[in-house]
Design a protein around this ligand. Structure first.
Ligand SMILES: *Cc1c(COP(=O)(O)O)cnc(C)c1O
Length: 428
């Protein structure tokens, strides 16, 4: 029988020329089964797949599309930029404007360097932390993702060992031997690790509201202890806000928690959907970077003129008064509605949200770390995912991913999503 679903036709073609048919693994439906939807176009809160089926989009390109797709002010800025040139390899005024806009929103940063991906930004921030402190150890937490640089593709060792094991082939154990992997929200383990290695730790890197193990907040006490122990031991506190920056609030997770990190890593929203990311902090640390200092970092397309135009136009909208209040209200309405529908059907369910980011778990209580997240019911999640997909609602195709609401989502979109979920909960 000839294949009539155009998504399947494209997936077959894609698999012949691209490993797994996708250019980033999470786009494949490996966790949930089925055929990935190939996107033809998007507008506002929706995208359409290869069969012209419409979906309400709750991934928003995994975070960047906070205004929804095709926001007129952003489209206009990008169109204007394109006519002026794609890339020069020489500085532009727009890079200064974007740097100034970022620094105005995030007071912990005095200087910022623009790069092209979150991976690059996190990797460079860690090199800078090591270069500025002259130390080699870094602390990361199980379940937090900081891009796919070698030293960060690491999971906790067995037992009590804090020295991690590589999570990817091609990463020799020697490359991760200076990465200490700890449990999120575990204050006692954090204190023990600093007691043992404090004078050798260059930095602690954390998603202070984690969005890569679904949605898990650092407790106020844990975040405060991270700050204190870094300060006492001369280590740098690095907030990876690639996901949370201009997403959970205008000042990111650091604004929500009231904690000032030493370095901040940004991405996703700051590019508005174009390849753009950044890292920054106090002048005294940032001046260790080349060409001023000995820490090398570079990029042919860094601060790209089209990407910076897109990011600037996006940040302008996000910085408008009331933007996050309205977005938070919308996201809250969604998660409250989902929770009520699940409870009515007797389905175990817990939810959390901040700004335009949310997470839900098929668990009675919100998990506090990666191990607890992974206890979520995979089979039920898959049923929910495919049920929503059939009904034109696209959530992340894995239970360990967060969800995203944009300014373009309407009350009707949210009501339709809750109604679709209600129908599926009744069958779980
Ligand atoms: C997405 C993400 C990254 C990696 O960004 P890329 O642009 O995909 O390289 C790093 N850290 C966090 C917290 C992220 O969510």
């Amino acid at each position: 029988m000839p294949n009539t679903d155009q998504n399947e036709v494209l997936f077959e073609r894609a698999r012949a020329v691209i490993p797994g048919g996708v250019n980033s693994p999470v786009r494949a439906f490996r966790a949930v089964g089925g055929t990935p939807r190939f996107v033809k176009r998007a507008q506002g809160a929706y995208f359409w797949d290869a069969t012209d089926k419409r979906y309400i989009d709750y991934i928003g390109s995994w975070g960047p599309m906070i205004l929804g797709h095709g926001h007129p002010a952003v489209v206009e800025a990008v169109q204007r930029a394109v006519t002026e040139g794609f890339s020069f390899g020489a500085p532009t005024e727009r890079e200064i404007e974007l740097a100034e806009a970022i620094l105005a929103l995030v007071p912990s940063m005095e200087m910022v360097r623009l790069v092209s991906s979150g991976t690059e930004a996190a990797m460079s921030a860690l090199r800078l932390a090591r270069g500025a402190t002259g130390r080699k150890y870094i602390i990361k937490f199980e379940g937090c993702y900081h891009g796919h640089a070698d030293a960060l593709l690491v999971k906790a060792g067995s037992g009590l060992a804090t020295f991690g094991n590589p999570t990817s082939a091609g990463v020799p154990p020697e490359v991760v031997q200076h990465t200490l992997v700890l449990e999120y929200n575990n204050i006692a383990q954090l204190e023990e690790t600093f007691a043992l290695h404090g004078h050798e730790i260059a930095c602690l890197v954390i998603e202070a509201i984690a969005g890569n193990m679904n949605f898990v907040r650092a407790s106020a006490a844990f975040a405060k202890r991270c700050r204190e122990l870094c300060t006492q031991n001369g280590a740098l506190l690095v907030f990876d806000e690639v996901m949370t920056g201009f997403r959970v609030g205008a000042r990111g997770a650091q604004g929500v928690l009231g904690i000032t990190p030493d370095l901040t890593v940004l991405g996703k929203v700051i590019g508005g959907g174009m390849p753009l990311a950044a890292f920054g902090g106090p002048r005294a640390i940032m001046e260790h970077l080349a060409p001023l200092g000995p820490v090398y970092q570079a990029g042919t397309l860094s601060g790209n003129p089209v990407a910076t135009a897109c990011g600037l136009a996006t940040l302008k909208e996000v910085a408008k008064p009331g933007f996050f209040e309205a977005l938070s209200r919308k996201t809250r309405a969604l998660v409250d509605g989902l929770e009520a529908a699940a409870k009515a059907a007797g389905v175990s369910f817990s939810v959390d949200s901040e700004g335009g980011m949310f997470g839900f778990f098929l668990l009675d209580a919100l998990p506090q770390n990666y191990t607890a997240v992974m206890k979520s019911d995979g089979a039920k999640f898959n049923a929910l995912f495919h049920g929503l997909l059939d009904r034109g609602v696209y959530i992340a195709p894995a239970l360990y991913e967060a969800g995203f609401v944009s300014a373009a989502h309407s009350d009707d979109d949210i009501a339709a999503t809750i109604e679709a979920a209600r129908q599926i909960f009744a069958t779980l």
